[in-house]
Design a protein around this ligand. Sequence first.
Ligand SMILES: *[C@@H]1O[C@H](CO)[C@@H](O)[C@H](O)[C@H]1NC(C)=O
Ligand SMILES: *[C@@H]1O[C@H](CO)[C@@H](O)[C@H](O)[C@H]1NC(C)=O
Ligand SMILES: *[C@@H]1O[C@H](CO)[C@@H](O)[C@H](O)[C@H]1NC(C)=O
Ligand SMILES: *[C@@H]1O[C@H](CO)[C@@H](O)[C@H](O)[C@H]1NC(C)=O
Ligand SMILES: *[C@@H]1O[C@H](CO)[C@@H](O)[C@H](O)[C@H]1NC(C)=O
Length: 479
Amino acid sequence: MLFPFFAAAVFLVATVSANLRRYEYIKQFKIERPQKPQQVRYDPTWASLDTRPIPQWFDDAKFGIFLHWGVFSVPSYKGAWFWDFWKGPQPQLDVVQFMQANYRPDFTYADFASMFTAEFYDPNYWADIFSSAGAKYVVLTTKHHEGFCNWPSKYSWNWNAGDVGPKQDLVGNLANAVRQKGLAFGTYHSLFEFFNPLFLRDQANNFTTQDFVREKTMPELYELVNTYQPDIIWSDGEWMAPSSYWNSTNFLAWLYNDSPVKDKVVTNDRWGSETMCKHGGYYTCSDNFNPKTLQQHKFEDPTTVDKLAWTFRRNLKLEDVHTMEEIIAILAQVVSCGGNLLLNVGPTKEGTIPPVFEERLRQTGQWLSVNGEAIYATKPWTHQNDSATPDVWYTSTRADNGTVINVYAIVLTWPESSNLTLASPVTTASTTVTMLGYNTPFSWSPLPNSGLQIQIPAIPFNQLPSKWAWVFKLTGISN
Ligand SMILES: *[C@@H]1O[C@H](CO)[C@@H](O)[C@H](O)[C@H]1NC(C)=O
Ligand SMILES: *[C@@H]1O[C@H](CO)[C@@H](O)[C@H](O)[C@H]1NC(C)=O
Ligand SMILES: *[C@@H]1O[C@H](CO)[C@@H](O)[C@H](O)[C@H]1NC(C)=O
Ligand SMILES: *[C@@H]1O[C@H](CO)[C@@H](O)[C@H](O)[C@H]1NC(C)=O
Ligand SMILES: *[C@@H]1O[C@H](CO)[C@@H](O)[C@H](O)[C@H]1NC(C)=O
């Protein structure tokens, strides 16, 4: 009698713990995104706005491209903060000296604008790069802290790409090209501007006045939404003043209730000095946010291919550029923890994407063309990284009720022996192991406690499906 009782007890414990795990999963990933979005109206308060589910397309997309392009692409030195480093409250000596050494004494930042020529800008070619990269969305700086609008804005007289420099609508032309390739289009927009007199006056008034917001920031944001119907609004430049100064909650309530993009639009968390990592849509928390642990809220990691800047720099060195191994590692880590990767490159003032960036993007696409099954539309698994073998990151696909269907082990370092030890998966009699892009299943043996040892056959070099990381697909896993 003892044995059946014991077996029943084990079964009961296993069932209860499986249900608990399912409950935890549902708690983390389902409540935020109910199956049927209800037709609710949102109040202009964080308490109400924060209840809006993040549209599913964004969680499924996993990978987007970020572009920092503007007048700062003309000096193409130091980055998007060039003007502030030169003329701001705390000038940087090397930038001041760079200007003294290379430009006439009365040169102003505004003089750079006519040199922002974009004569080789081919939005269809850019869209081809991003689509080949396997990206599902593209986010362009429509206006960075310098205040220059990359679209012919009614609210930025003579400081926009229609009036000066490119003499064309950089935003609209890219939106059309990436959408033709089936990608979503997002607009980065900075709330504040370094030297706008209206902003400086509101700041001097301790933000008790809102003239800059009423006359510049908000009209611009409404204009962007109504003209380009962006799929993402990537807000930034929020930290100087609380969201009450920026009027952010009123804007977001309009965006979610009444705007032409109310059902599909996704926003981030940079809407006021108190909001980052707390309020808004998905969280970005910081630049290069790669937490390496499971997150409770949808996040996105903005990471730049040039480790030192978001914008193109003429003094870029090869050693400053993330390697393919690093890019794939960040993608695997971010996705396994529930995030998206927004990989940034800086185009040149002529409108080209430097070939080293183009190569990184196209090679990311090569990897995704074999291994995308382990990335797109996946869900975090029970474990994010393996408990015994370093550099192994997991993702999964799940049924609607949360039950795991496939587990993907993304192996960043080729195992030293012909055996790969994975300690975290709990195997069953029906467990199978394959490598994405390689047809023959691998044999495996259970480890004494839990987990498995996979026997990797001698794969001919020309049949190895990937160059930078390898994905082992496991089925019949019970955790
Ligand atoms: C802004 O705040 C500072 C410090 O609290 C104060 O000294 C200053 O008078 C205030 N300025 C205005 C315009 O209210
Ligand atoms: C803030 O938004 C509300 C609602 O759209 C509007 O009535 C108000 O004028 C806005 N205030 C500013 C400073 O933009
Ligand atoms: C991986 O998992 C182990 C626990 O199994 C943990 O101690 C470790 O910090 C994790 N993270 C990384 C980056 O290895
Ligand atoms: C969950 O869904 C899958 C696939 O639809 C099904 O096979 C499984 O029995 C379901 N499990 C539970 C506990 O409902
Ligand atoms: C790999 O695992 C198999 C089966 O467990 C074992 O016979 C073999 O010795 C292992 N090889 C290495 C290099 O550890």
